[in-house]
Each structure stands twice: as structure tokens, then as C-alpha cells.
Design a protein around this ligand. Structure first.
Ligand code: CAA
Length: 283
């Protein structure tokens, strides 16, 4: 299926990154959020990224301008009536996503594919609120979206081969590498990444080492670009806790229990980079 017009719902860090790579792939993109100021903040981030690409010689000014002209702001969900494809990147909350997909199913043309960028919620359950479960799929982008190559593509129980093939094509057009996985809690990426982060937090909690020492061990010893605690701050400690809870509830194994120190930080409002404090302090 040919995709020409795509809507991204949620103009935060992930949504704006997705909108950028979609417009760079030549698609017409509607960037939607509840308030215009959220969309404008997302667009400002995209402009900054494109200016850096121009100054580094990765894109010409004309290419950057063309990408921006393919993007439109939207604060009305009914704009989805004219798109071929939707990528949802809103808050990780099953109730909110369920309501949104129900609405999208009513508004979007019947051929439209509805994708979720959820990092751990079940695609099968999201699909079940619609009358087109065969056209619902997970498209899990990695942060920062313009830089990271992977898209973890999650097939719900009813996702059709045709929908998967369209998403595979679209991912490649965006310059990404799609990897197919099935719908299980945390998929593959977060089933492996988050227990490692949680274990790093246990090392701090139990006094094995300081956050700086834990991160140095993993950066210098395992060649990770960021230590697990710096990465946790970057992802958001509330998101890390949420994903651990999804793994714990969904897989029922005590090895996924969230570290009490992670809970404590989240209760204190220490959410990582976005709140100015997590395992590190940010100016
Ligand atoms: N948007 C766009 N470009 C960005 C960026 C952003 N937010 N952050 C960094 N970049 C670009 C920089 O501009 C730079 O480009 P140049 O080559 O033009 O300089 C390039 O990326 C490298 O950046 P830096 O030199 O500043 O720093 P770095 O070499 O340490 O790389 C990093 C930064 C790419 C983020 C790297 O540290 C990294 O790969 N970290 C791990 C990221 C990771 O694991 N992401 C997955 C998180 S998990 C997830 O997303 C899923 C989930 O569900 C939780």
C-alpha cells in the first residue's frame, strides 16, 4: 500500500522525531497534539535538528526547507480523516491509548494503518478496541529518533501480513532498520534493556558502587555509549518504572520487580533529565 499522508499524534520528543524522519522520507506529515504550543515546541526541535544537519553538510538548506514544508501543525484529531497512516506517540496509559484508537478507527479512512509507538503496552489489546485489528501494529522507535537506526515492529495477534509489509517498507524509506517481534510484555528491546537498568539501580541501592562508577564500568568495560543510569535519566525514571511494572505484571516473575530506589526517586519527582534531577543533576 502506498503511504502519502501520515499523522503523528503527540509532539513530544518521540513524536517530533518520528514526524521529522517521516517528512525526510518524502511524506506529507501532520504533527498533532492537544495544544498548539506543544506542536510548536516539537517543530522548534525539528528545526534545530535540521539546522545542525545543514551546518554539518548532511543536508542542503533546500532539502531542510523542503522537509519543513511537508509538515503541518494540527490540534484537531478529525484531521486524521485524510491520512493513510497514523503513528501514535502519546503518554503510556492504556486507557488513554484505548480511547484514542477507538476515535481514530471512527475518523480514519478504512485503508489507514494505525501504529503505536508504545514502549511496552500490548498491541493486541490496543487493536481490540478498533474494528480493524488487522491494520493495527506497533512501531517502536528509539530515542533520539533521528539518530537511532532501529524500529522494533510489533505484530499484534491479528496484524495482517499486508500491514506488516507496508510498515517494513515505510521504515526502510525512513532510513531505519525494521526488526519483527511478537507481542509480549516489553517486546524484545525493553525486556532486555530495562532489567539491566533496574539491576544497575540495585547496585546503587545496595551500595555496591556510586552511579558514576556503575556507568563507567558499563561504558568502558562493555562499550555502551551511555552508562545504564545516565540512560535511565535520559529515558525518564517514571517511564523506566512503568516498563518494569508492565514486565512484572505481564510475565509474573519476581526477577522483574522494580528496585525500591527507583520507586523512591519517582515518588520524589526525580524523573531524570526532564525534571532536572535523577541519578545525576541537570542544569
Ligand atoms: N536529536 C537529534 N540528534 C541528536 C540528538 C537528538 N536528541 N542527540 C544527539 N544527537 C546527534 C548529535 O547531534 C550528534 O550528531 P553530530 O554527528 O552531528 O555531532 C550525534 O547524535 C552524536 O551526539 P553527541 O556527539 O552529542 O553524543 P554521543 O556521541 O554520546 O551520542 C547518543 C549521543 C546518540 C544519544 C548516544 O549517547 C547513544 O547512542 N546513547 C544511547 C541511546 C539509546 O540507548 N537509546 C535507546 C533508549 S531506549 C528507547 O528509546 C526505547 C524505550 O522504549 C525506552
Amino acid at each position: 500500500m502506498r503511504i502519502e499522508k501520515l499523522m503523528v499524534i503527540g509532539a513530544g520528543q518521540m513524536g517530533s522525531g518520528i514526524a521529522q524522519v517521516a517528512a525526510a522520507a518524502g511524506l506529507q506529515v501532520l504533527l498533532n497534539d492537544l495544544k498548539l504550543e506543544f506542536v510548536e515546541k516539537g517543530l522548534a526541535g525539528i528545526k534545530k535538528n535540521l539546522s545542525r544537519d545543514v551546518s554539518k553538510g548532511r543536508k542542503t538548506q533546500e532539502e531542510a526547507n523542503a522537509i519543513l514544508t511537508r509538515m503541518q501543525s494540527s490540534t484537531d484529531i478529525n484531521d486524521a480523516r485524510e491520512v493513510d497512516f497514523v503513528v501514535e506517540a502519546v503518554i503510556e496509559n492504556m486507557e488513554i491509548k484505548g480511547e484514542l484508537f477507538k476515535k481514530l478507527d471512527e475518523i480514519c479512512p478504512s485503508h489507514a494503518i494505525l501504529a503505536s509507538n508504545t514502549s511496552s503496552l500490548p498491541i493486541t489489546e490496543i487493536a481490540a478496541v478498533t474494528r480493524r485489528p488487522e491494520k493495527v501494529i506497533g512501531m517502536h522507535f528509539m530515542n533520539p529518533v533521528p539518530v537511532m537506526k532501529l524500529i522494533e515492529v510489533i505484530r499484534g495477534l491479528a496484524t495482517s501480513d499486508e500491514t506488516y509489509a507496508t510498515v517494513e517498507d515505510l521504515s526502510k524509506k525512513m532510513g531505519k532498520v525494521p526488526v519483527e517481534v511478537n507481542d509480549f510484555p516489553g517486546f524484545v528491546s525493553n525486556r532486555i534493556l530495562l532489567p539491566m537498568i533496574n539491576e544497575a539501580i540495585y547496585c546503587v541501592h545496595e551500595g555496591v558502587a556510586t552511579p558514576e562508577a556503575v556507568d563507567e564500568v558499563m561504558k568502558l568495560g562493555m562499550n555502551h555509549p551511555m552508562g545504564p543510569l545516565q540512560l535511565a535519566d535520559f529515558i525518564g525514571l517514571d517511564t523506566c518504572l512503568y516498563i518494569m511494572e508492565v514486565l512484572h505484571d505481564g510475565l509474573g516473575d519476581s526477577k522483574y520487580r522494580p528496585c525500591p530506589l527507583l520507586r523512591k526517586y519517582v515518588k520524589a519527582g526525580w524523573l531524570g533529565k526532564k525534571s532536572g534531577r535523577g541519578f545525576y543533576i541537570y542544569e
